[in-house]
Design a protein around this ligand. Structure first.
Ligand code: ARG
Length: 470
């Protein structure tokens, strides 16, 4: 059974069939398709198309088909072109010709758009909760990196006086200013929070019902589309049938959200790859989240994070692929639109696979506080040295110049700035006094940055409190 045989004298060429069929991809819309059909049956009952007993038979039959899907017993037939055909074919087998009334006033064009949106309304919260799982791991790691009531993190080397783990912060991947490791972990929390919120915003545009738009011109019967939307849990009803069957903005937006998530994860992953290298040695991955080399016995590779970085590229490809497909399409439904689902499903599957692995890999990572702390050198306090002069009344531009001269002089002497004699300082600026050496305590540098969002321990603690909503 195809849904369109009447005007044709021969069957579709087998290879053309293979090209045309979307069942391998859209079979995962089975339950949404059945729910959409149940709601549609109700709508055409109300419109007087179905009699009560016909509606009852269709509803019962659809319930049975649904059970076959949920129990894994549904059998596809060779002629099932797509999921819509498969459901209607099976319904016909179960209840006979009355099944043929179900499609009255409906087209697969509004049907598939409805199914796809229904699927996405379920997929978005799933993605959000996977994101939240990773966010929790980041917050846990941040909390482990600041003073903790339990003694394990107190007083170990590599921690500041306060017990918080200090770390070099980078710009241009060059040592820049000291920060707290907790601040760094949390810097990866916030992009994911924006992703969660961006997905909430997307829900508004997904939750618009296309069903009742027919093929392009709307349904010819008295369909109560608002009741239909309520039955299916849509917040709104589309206002233009031609737009409704062609609109795939929600799919493109979903792919954009997925790509941006991928970019955020990639940024985090890139640093984990870097920081687990022997050269940095800031972190060590648990064996359960590391892989080996077939040739080099010593290798412990961060494949999980490299794949995360790599998949960001794949996600971007899915987004650009769909946008390229949409570009240049004329109004309403074009078969090109059948290309919309595979990239969205792939993006969803990719992220749902990656996010829990990342969360667990980060939870089980070993932090090397001493190694991280030792990567801070006194040149990273050059800004603080300039600020020191500013506190003595020197304009910042001049102070910056003087601190730069100290950096250069220390470089020429091949010593750290904290080792330079006071006379050398005073030769550069008489404003330098004996207390200048206090500048070279990185924790003090961190603690000065106490404005909202800054590096200080209190700011970081406030940040965690705000995140946790306490
Ligand atoms: N399999 C199609 C899709 O995924 C369903 C809609 C087909 N509509 C049509 N007029 N042939 O887009």
């Amino acid at each position: 059974m195809t849904l369109w045989g009447g005007r044709f004298s021969t069957k579709l060429n087998q290879q053309a069939w293979d090209l045309n069929t979307s069942l391998p991809v859209d079979q995962r819309l089975a339950l949404q398709d059945i729910d959409g059909s149940l709601a549609w049956a109700q709508a055409i009952l109300r419109a007087g198309i179905l009699r009560d007993e016909e509606h009852a038979s269709i509803a019962l039959g659809l319930g049975a088909v649904k059970k076959e899907f949920t129990s894994g017993q549904f059998l596809f037939a060779p002629a099932d072109e797509d999921i819509h055909t498969a459901v209607e074919r099976r319904l016909t087998e179960l209840i006979g010709d009355v099944a043929g009334k179900l499609h009255t006033g409906r087209s697969r064009n509004d049907q598939v758009a409805t199914d796809f949106r229904l699927w996405m309304l379920g997929a978005i919260p799933e993605l959000q909760s996977a994101l939240q799982g990773l966010q929790s791991a980041l917050v846990e790691n941040a909390e482990k990196a600041i003073p903790h009531p339990q003694p394990f993190s107190q007083g170990e080397k590599g921690e500041g006086e306060s017990g918080a783990i200090l770390m070099p912060g980078y710009t241009h991947l060059q040592r820049a200013q000291p920060i707290l490791l907790a601040h760094w972990w949390l810097s990866h929390y916030h992009p994911l929070q924006r992703d969660v919120e961006r997905l909430n915003d997307l829900v508004k545009r997904v939750s618009v019902l296309p069903l009742g738009s027919g093929a392009l011109a709307g349904a010819p019967f008295e369909i109560d589309r608002i009741a239909l939307a309520n039955a299916l849990g849509f917040a709104e009803v589309s206002q233009n049938s031609m737009d409704a069957v062609s609109d795939r903005d929600f799919a493109a937006e979903y792919l954009f959200c997925a790509t941006l998530i991928g970019v955020h994860l990639s940024k985090l992953a890139e640093q984990i790859v870097l920081f687990t290298s022997a050269e940095f040695g800031f972190f060590e991955l648990a064996d359960a989240f590391s892989t080996g080399s077939s040739l080099m016995p010593q290798k412990k590779n961060p494949d999980v994070f490299e794949l995360t970085r790599g998949k960001a590229g794949t996600l971007l490809g899915l987004l650009t692929g769909l946008l390229a497909t949409l570009k240049g399409l004329p109004s309403t439904y074009d078969k090109d639109l059948q290309e919309d689902k595979a990239p969205v499903f792939q993006a969803s599957d990719t992220l749902l696979m990656m996010l829990p692995v990342l969360a667990e890999a980060l939870r089980t990572i070993t932090v090397k506080p001493e190694r991280i702390r030792n990567a801070i050198d006194s040149s990273m306090l050059a800004t603080d040295l300039a600020d020191y002069l500013v506190a003595k009344g020197i304009p910042f531009r001049k102070a910056h110049e003087a601190a730069g001269q100290v950096v250069r002089a220390a470089g020429e002497e091949k010593v750290g700035m904290e080792k330079m004699p006071l006379e050398a300082y005073q030769a550069i600026s008489p404003a330098f006094e004996a207390d200048v050496y206090q500048v070279f305590d990185p924790m003090q540098s961190v603690e000065k940055r106490n404005a909202i969002g800054g590096a200080s321990l209190q700011s970081v603690k406030n940040q965690i409190q705000k995140i946790k909503g306490v």
